[in-house]
Design a protein around this ligand. Sequence first.
Ligand SMILES: Cc1cc2nc3c(=O)[nH]c(=O)nc-3n(C[C@H](O)[C@H](O)[C@H](O)COP(=O)(O)OP(=O)(O)OC[C@H]3O[C@@H](n4cnc5c(N)ncnc54)[C@H](O)[C@@H]3O)c2cc1C
Length: 401
Amino acid sequence: MNLYPSAPSTTQGAKLSKPDIEKVAIIGAGLGGLAVAVALQKLGYDVQVYEKAQDFRPVGGGLALLPNGLNFLDAIEPGIGETIKNSGCEVSTTVLRNNQGETIRTRPASRFQDKYNQPLITVWWWRLQQILASQLPPENIHLNYRCLGFEQNEDCVSIYFDSQEPITADLLIGADGINSVIREVLIGDGKPRYLGSMSWRTVIKCQQELLKAGELGFVKGDQEFMYLLNVGDGYISWLYRRLSPNSTLSQNAAEVKSRVLEHIADWGKPLRDLVEATAAEQILEGPVCDRVPLKSWSQGRVTLLGDAAHPMAPALGQGANSTFEDAYELAWCFSQASNIQEALSNYETRRIPRTTIIQNRSALGEMRYYSQDQEADSQKMEEQSQMSSEEYTDWAFNYQP
Ligand SMILES: Cc1cc2nc3c(=O)[nH]c(=O)nc-3n(C[C@H](O)[C@H](O)[C@H](O)COP(=O)(O)OP(=O)(O)OC[C@H]3O[C@@H](n4cnc5c(N)ncnc54)[C@H](O)[C@@H]3O)c2cc1C
C-alpha cells in the first residue's frame, strides 16, 4: 500500500489526509517519535516533536535492522534504507565465539537478502536518530521539553512540561519509551516488568581483531553473552548481558565499567581489552524489561507508539523494527480515515494483534539466551506460540507496507 500516492515531498504541500486536524504533538524524539513525525509531515500536518533530552548526544549502542523494519523505513522515506546502509554495516557473516574469543562457528548472512529481499544491517542507534531527525525541519524538534502529562477535551489536548509553557494540539502521540508518561496517564499500568537480566552497551572506535568487516559476533558465556556489531566507519558496538536476580544500578560510571570487567574476569584477553578500552561514561547500563501486551493504546485524541505501546524483550531484535511498522501504519490510517476515532481504531486493529504476538514470543525467547539446553527451550517456545522458528521468521520479516 502506498502512503503517499501523489504526496508532495515538502511540508508546504496540500494536506491529503481527511481527519480534521492541523497540529500533531509527538512526545519523544527517539526512533519511533522521529519516524512517525516524518510520515505524518508528508501528509501535510503541522508536526511538532518534544524531547526531554537537552541535546542529541552520541549515545546508545548498535542495533540490527531486520527486513520488516527496512521495508517500512523505505516506505516512510524512499531511499532512506540506502542512507542507513551507507552509515552502518551490511552483515555478510555471523560468527559464534566462546568466551575466550575463539571461533566456534561462522554462517553466511546472505539468507536475509535471498529470502526476504533485504540485507541485515547493523547501525549505531545515534546515527539512525540523526538520519531520521535530518528529515524534519530543526525548528519542529523541541529539545529540553520533559512532558509531565496531558488533559484532553472534545476539541484539543493540552500538554504539560517541566519548566516550559503548556502547548495544545489536535492529536497527541506518546512515543516516550518504556517508561512513558503518556501511557501512565492513559493506562496507568505502573512500572515495566523486570525480566531477570541486566544489559551494558556502548559504541567505541579501537584497534581490535575480534570483528572483521561485515561480521556480526555473538559470544556465548555461562548465563551471560556479548554481541559484537560493526556499526560503520570503524566503530564497533559491544552489548553485554547477564542474568541477575536484582536490577540495582551502579552508583557511577566507574562502577558500571568495573562491574562488567568483574563479570568477564575469566574471559579471553581480546574481549576484556575491548571493555578496558571503553570510556566508562560511554557505557549504558540498564535492566532488561518489557510490559504485558495491552488491548487498547488510545483514548480520544491520544495514542501510543513504539516502546510506549508495546515494550518487548530484546531477544528477537524487533523493538525498533516493529516501531517503524507502527509509524508507517499510524500515518496510513490517518490518510484513509474521516476522523480521529476511525484512524486510531484502525491503527489499533492493524497493530495490536501483531505486536502482541511479537511481545509474547520475545518474552519466551529471552530465557533461551541463558539456557544450557537451547533446543528444548526452542521447542517449548514453538509449542507455546504455535509457530515454528521458521514460520515466525517468515511471518515477521515478510511483513510489507
Ligand atoms: C538513548 C537511547 C539509546 C538506545 N540505544 C539502543 C540500542 O543501542 N540498541 C537498541 O536495540 N535499542 C536502543 N534503544 C531503544 C530503542 O530505540 C527502542 O527500543 C525502539 O527503537 C523503540 O523506540 P521508541 O522511540 O519507541 O522509544 P525510545 O527509543 O526509548 O525513545 C523514547 C524517547 O522519548 C524521550 N522521552 C522519554 N520520556 C520523555 C518525557 N517525559 N518527555 C519528553 N521526552 C521523553 C526519550 O528521551 C527518548 O528520546 C535506545 C533508546 C534510547 C532512548
